[in-house]
Design a protein around this ligand. Sequence first.
Ligand code: KPL
Length: 333
Amino acid sequence: MTRLSSYPWHICGVGAIGSLWASALIARGSKVTLLLRDADQLTQYQAAGGINLLEDDQKVHTQPNALIPDTPPHEPIKHMLVCCKSYATIGAVLPWRKHLVDDAQILLLQNGMGSAQALQRVMPNANIYYATTTDGAWRMSPFNVVRAGIGETFIGCFSDHLLEAEIPSPIQRLLKTSKNSHSLKNNPLTPILNISWHTDIRTPMWHKLAVNSVINALTAIYQCTNGELIKHPQGRPRLEQLCIETQDVMARVGIVPLAQGLLNTAVRILQQTALNKSSMLQDCQAGRPTEIASINGYIIAQGALYHLPCAGHKQVCEDLQQACALPTKSPKN
Ligand code: KPL
């Protein structure tokens, strides 16, 4: 097994995906430290007795070291994986800033876009990488996570000063252990991660953003499951309108269209996840802030650069605020 121990990872944002990655990295021999928000979250972590990942009825239990901003790390942070919600990025990373080396490698694995730009503004020398995943995981309770599906994760460069063809060593290690994880398929205690390097990460990032932008807010507005949106009398025409607007913005920004078209792709995903609630509907129902600003808001902002009005997306943002009756947060917060 390839060891990852020479590249310790600090994970900031230990929800469903952060917990999955912590478990998977530890199973491959990596040293992982969790960077928790505050003493309350540390108490929850201690009460849970570590991270419990449930996959195919097998429980993977890990108990990495966990820190809060008042208990600084013993060593400088060189590699940070950020899995918090995109609007929370700056607030989650800044408390650790004095422990991060100036040219730290920071890998952002989140929905939506816009947070990397905000982070680069406050940490100009950081080497920021984007990751986008179709892995499915959900949190039963703090640090108790269910793996819902094995997807694919692409990693690529965000920072302008990085070269797309140059894969940094800690990420090369991740890619190697990802390949090895297939040979470990029969070992249920090693959660599989399918990770590949992408030389044009904007494309899969935008494709995921596009799908999320036409599905998530509508399911939250109509409080329906993904499957119910397909034939929803008001939701379906709005879905189609959002697809047209999003494709127009993508064309102006220079993003290659989705191979099957956005509407076909969105409908296929709605069918495949018919019984699920979208992440935005779940946030809305739990009274949490939503990611609308870094999904639909990002598309509106990109469209505005090309004088595209994106009326459907703007209406969705307004309606969502009504439906969730919560202030939405922007990635700059
Ligand atoms: O990614 C999703 C989410 O709920 O965040 C899907 C399943 C694609 C719905 O948009």
